[in-house]
Ligand binder design. Structure first.
Ligand code: MRU
Length: 366
């Protein structure tokens, strides 16, 4: 995307061929900073501490982590150990293990001397694929969005999104926001309700920043406002991303997504999840039982960060001293509440058969 007149992506290889550069998303929206990752351990840290986040971007970053491992030690055992470590950085987004497994299977068949060069080439191709996939999601999503104002008999389209599934969560364009950018570019009058997305506020900090940069009309709302807006006819569709989708089409996404889907169903509002097929985990049939839900530090709930009037970055407590907090980072929206999954191969109402047919063989998880 274009940010302030400059073409940006979230991740790119360093000129030396020995590093990978990423936008440090912990500093947005207040400061633009770039982090240089030079070792697989630094990649692990960047994923675990959410320098980079969002399922597709986590996957591509881990792929580059495997490439950095090839610089240190490209032997089979070292690559397998690096993949296992990277996979543990964040447990819920399946794109992470999908990407390291892809790297592993394509690298172990190469002679040792060629692995480093091949690894950077494969990771780079994965990044390019992500951009192309999101462009396809944009086109399929746009077709759905174009229908809505026609059906509603008015021109303005009000969407609601949760967390950040925009370009910052991918290499470029995003998943849930890709159709929004396409709609905006096509001249549709689109406005987005942006859930703040407690506890880390990816909606308020990242989605609002992205949409602002792109000139898309948007309004940040407290997470609890969505149901009220829907009851009053102010939401035409909900569109979110996903960290893992079960074989039947259950959608695991940022905590709070499920409540938005319930409210959407109660109000007869379409609920879309925009997902690359690399997010489909066909080994998962019971999403509630089998998708590992990341538990993050309670400090993300008990404290809130931002900048004060002087521009100083501060973290403040919002609870009585000593309060215990629980912080599950994702939840599962059952397929019955999902109107359609928007993938790079088209939009489908979720079902095991339809997803099998759509995915074919090549995205099967190990
Ligand atoms: O914890 P995060 O910020 O990595 O969570 C991100 C989300 O939940 C996104 O909706 C999901 O990864 C899809 S990103 C295209």
């Amino acid at each position: 995307v274009n940010v302030g007149g400059v073409q940006r992506r979230t991740i790119w290889p360093g000129d030396s061929g020995e590093t990978v550069l990423v936008i440090d998303q912990r500093d947005l929206p207040h400061r633009w900073s770039v982090a240089t990752l030079a070792t697989p351990d630094q990649v692990f840290e960047a994923i675990a501490t959410m320098v980079v986040r969002g399922a597709p971007l986590i996957g591509v970053t881990a792929a580059y982590g495997m490439a950095l491992q090839c610089i240190v030690d490209p032997a089979d055992a070292a690559l397998k150990a690096a993949a296992a470590k990277l996979n543990a950085a964040r447990p819920t987004a399946v794109n992470l293990a999908w990407a390291t497994q892809r790297m592993l299977s394509q690298l172990v068949v190469e002679p040792l001397a060629r692995r480093r060069e091949r690894a950077f080439a494969i990771a780079g191709a994965m990044a390019e694929d992500d951009v192309a996939i999101n462009a396809a999601i944009a086109a399929h999503g746009l077709a759905l969005l174009r229908e809505l104002p026609r059906r509603l008999g008015r021109t303005r389209l009000n969407l609601l999104t949760h967390c950040n599934a925009g370009w910052l969560a991918t290499v470029d364009w995003g998943t849930a926001l890709a159709p929004v950018y396409a709609a905006h570019a096509a001249g549709l009058d689109v406005h987005v309700w942006v859930d703040e997305t407690r506890p880390r506020n990816q909606g308020a900090s990242l989605t609002a920043w992205e949409l602002g940069q792109a000139g898309v009309a948007h309004t940040v709302v407290a997470d609890n406002a969505g149901g009220h807006l829907m009851q009053h006819g102010e939401v035409d569709a909900v569109i979110v991303g996903a960290d893992r989708v079960s074989a039947q089409g259950d959608v695991c996404n940022k905590i709070g997504t499920y409540l938005k889907a319930l409210a959407a169903a109660d109000n007869g509002i379409p609920f879309y999840a925009a997902v690359p097929l690399s997010t489909l985990d066909r080994s998962v049939h019971d999403a509630l039982r089998d998708i590992p839900i990341e538990e993050r530090s309670g400090r993300e709930v008990t404290h809130i960060t931002g900048i004060d009037a002087q521009g100083t970055h501060r973290e403040v407590s919002i609870v009585p001293a000593g309060t215990v907090a629980r912080n599950p980072a994702f939840d599962v929206t059952p397929a019955r509440l999902v109107t359609a999954l928007i993938t790079e191969r088209g939009a489908v109402a979720p079902s095991f058969e339809r997803l099998q047919a759509l995915a074919g063989q090549e995205v099967a998880h190990a």
